[in-house]
Design a protein around this ligand. Sequence first.
Ligand SMILES: NC(=O)c1ccc[n+]([C@@H]2O[C@H](COP(=O)([O-])OP(=O)(O)OC[C@H]3O[C@@H](n4cnc5c(N)ncnc54)[C@H](OP(=O)(O)O)[C@@H]3O)[C@@H](O)[C@H]2O)c1
Length: 234
Amino acid sequence: MKHIVITGASSGIGKATAHQLLQKGYRVSLLSRSIESMNVEFSMENAQCIACDVRDYNAVNQAFAKCRASFGPIDVLVNNAGLGVFDRLTDGSIEDWHTMVDTNVKGVLNTIHAALPELRSRKGHVINLASVAAHHVFPNSGVYCSTKWAVAALSESIRIELAKEVRVTTISPGAVNTAFISQTHNEELLSEYRDYFAAGLHPDLIAQNIVLAIETDESAVISEIIIRPNRQNK
Ligand SMILES: NC(=O)c1ccc[n+]([C@@H]2O[C@H](COP(=O)([O-])OP(=O)(O)OC[C@H]3O[C@@H](n4cnc5c(N)ncnc54)[C@H](OP(=O)(O)O)[C@@H]3O)[C@@H](O)[C@H]2O)c1
């Protein structure tokens, strides 16, 4: 069975994806900064939980070395770790902007750089979590949207440069009911968005689509999946 690495596996979409893949018998390496709860929840033989901050390239390399030591070369990399802090451009803090760019963009660059040689040699698969925010620019989320446009562009560059060597899938969800919105600290926006995200898709649904992309016949690649709640018009 394939060895699949998931970043941001302690919560939401990453956690749901890890559960479905483990149930199917895949070997899954779960990466997040906090691993205490993952160690309890994922105590099965085909799971390993590794502490890793994707913003730190050395930490990513060390984490991947641990992944390989237990489960062998990486076949699929799911770049899921990410966050959005919503605010007007005039009110946003530079720390929040840097955190979003460092996690959502540099984090993805770090993992891709660290895994690309073996993914190429094994005809592996990169799955990047973008968003409908990689297709539309929403108010109060200009920096978040910018990071997701960058993720989509990176996916596309892998596709056009390495199509014969690496499969790449971009997953672009609309609102999903996870802890995602809790990163926003503008109280006014938070009260506006909380119900919107609470009425979003169940993370299991996104996980099912990630599994579908992984299990699609090797002769084909699902390049992008856009999946929104049917009430969401953008
Ligand atoms: N929820 C939505 O509506 C929605 C819609 C479209 C796209 N997405 C995208 O889907 C992905 C997953 O989001 P989610 O909704 O599942 O959010 P979530 O429940 O908040 O989960 C985010 C995950 O990312 C991890 N993470 C954050 N910073 C990290 C870092 N520096 N290094 C390693 N891991 C880090 C968190 O773990 P630790 O804190 O333990 O590190 C957590 O496991 C994100 O890329 C998000 O942008 C979400």
